[in-house]
Every structure is written in structure tokens, then in C-alpha cells.
Write a protein that binds this ligand. Structure first.
Ligand code: C5P
Length: 220
């Protein structure tokens, strides 16, 4: 089909990644998880001993990292210099450190540039998700959606995702704390002009997919 960009933003625990991946499958589209790119840069920084509070070092790392990300929705793979980091970037130590990369503006600029390149190169339908896709990475996307959910729903989902082993305090720090840090540089709690909001608090997975596909159908 003809190129179509579906941009989806939302806070952590909104179900954004699983919803975006499944939406891409249904649309026979490519899928870009931009959060995985921030995580991969974070992995590289920790691995190479970059001081996370040194903006110039973090920016330099973001420029030099050899980062590859699969855009096939059924093939989740991220590599750094050929090392498969797909699982490693989901570890709690990465989740706790990732906001340091995300709030380094020079590193953001570099990742935004790479994301725009991936979207342009895909040359076909692509679902891209993150925190600033509807506003910064792809503000001209045909479809722009903010996927939200109540704090309660987000905590519950992330808790289930992590196997229910986390204390409420840890969960709160991970979900709400990380969003608070990220919010200092990107705004994803309110929809920008022309961005369609879907509140998934009271929707199950399939209902959320249907809501997203309905917005796509109206736009395409
Ligand atoms: O989506 P995920 O939770 O994997 O994203 C990890 C982190 O990457 C976020 O907490 C945020 O710091 C950063 N991020 C971002 N902009 C994006 C996507 C992710 O700043 N577009």
C-alpha cells in the first residue's frame, strides 16, 4: 500500500508498545519502538562507562553507537555493534537510567534524526511509538494518537507485565517516577493539536486495538 505513518505516544504502562505492535501486524505495516532506541543508547553508555550526568559524553555516545533495530512487528530485535541487546535493554537497571539519556537534549536530537531516517527509509506503512512521535519525530503523520490510561490502570498493567513480584513502591517509582523525569523534556500527558486521544483505562486489549484501527480508517 501507499506510505502511511501512524504515530502513537503515551506514558509508561499505557499499553502503547503491545498495542502499537499489534496495530502494525493488522495493518501489514512496519513497527518502530523508539523507546528501545533510548534504552539501547543507555545500555551502550553503561557498558562503555559513560558518566550519565555528563551531557557531552552522553551525546557523543548517542552519535557513535552502532545501533540496529528491527522494524518487523514479529521480529523484536535490537543490536549494538552486532551484540543482541533485545532482552538486556528491558532490565531494571536500564529502566532506571534511561531518563538520563532521554533528558540529554543532544542525544535526543541524534535519536530523533535516526528515527526520522528509519521512518523515511521504510517507504511504506509504519507504526512508530514513543513519547514525542506525534509532536516532534513525525508531526506530519497521517494518523496521530495519544494513548492514555489512568495512573491506577497503568500501575496494574506494568505490575502484571513484571510478574507481580514488585512492591507497590518500586512499581510507583518505575512508572510514575520515570514519567515525571521524562516529562521535563517531552510532553505526553496531553494531546497536541490534531492528536486523537484514546483513553484505554476501561478498554481491554482488543477494544484498544479496535479504537486505534477506527482512527486509522478515518484518516486513510
Ligand atoms: O517506551 P519505553 O518505556 O521503553 O521508553 C523508555 C524511555 O525512553 C522512556 O522512559 C523515555 O525516557 C525515553 N523515550 C523518549 N522518547 C521517546 C521514547 C522513549 O524520551 N520517543
Amino acid at each position: 500500500g501507499k506510505p502511511l505513518v501512524v504515530a502513537i505516544d503515551g506514558p509508561s504502562g499505557s499499553g502503547k508498545s503491545s498495542v502499537s505492535r499489534e496495530t502494525a501486524r493488522r495493518l501489514h505495516a512496519a513497527y518502530l519502538d523508539t523507546g528501545a532506541m533510548y534504552r539501547a543508547v543507555t545500555w551502550y553508555c553503561l557498558k562503555t562507562g559513560v558518566a550519565m550526568q555528563e551531557a557531552a559524553e552522553v551525546e557523543k555516545a548517542s552519535r557513535e553507537v552502532d545501533l540496529q533495530i528491527s522494524t518487523h512487528p514479529d521480529h523484536e530485535q535490537v543490536t549494538v555493534s552486532g551484540t543482541d541487546v533485545t532482552q538486556a535493554i528491558r532490565e531494571p537497571e536500564i529502566s532506571s537510567a534511561v531518563s538520563a539519556v532521554a533528558t540529554t537534549l543532544g542525544a535526543r536530537a541524534e535519536l530523533i534524526r535516526r528515527q526520522q531516517q528509519i521512518i523515511a527509509d521504510s517507504g511504506r506503512r509504519i507504526v512508530a511509538e514513543g513519547r514525542d512521535i506525534t509532536t516532534v519525530v513525525a508531526p506530519d503523520a497521517e494518523v496521530r494518537i495519544l494513548l492514555t490510561a489512568s495512573e491506577e490502570a497503568r500501575l496494574r498493567r506494568r505490575g502484571l507485565q513484571l510478574g507481580g513480584t514488585q512492591s507497590q513502591q518500586d512499581l510507583h517509582n518505575q512508572v510514575i517516577g520515570r514519567d515525571a523525569k521524562d516529562s521535563t523534556v517531552v510532553s505526553f500527558h496531553e494531546a497536541a493539536d490534531g492528536v486523537f486521544t484514546i483513553d484505554s483505562s476501561d478498554l481491554d486489549f482488543e477494544e484498544t486495538i479496535e479504537a486505534v484501527l477506527a482512527v486509522v480508517r478515518r484518516a486513510a
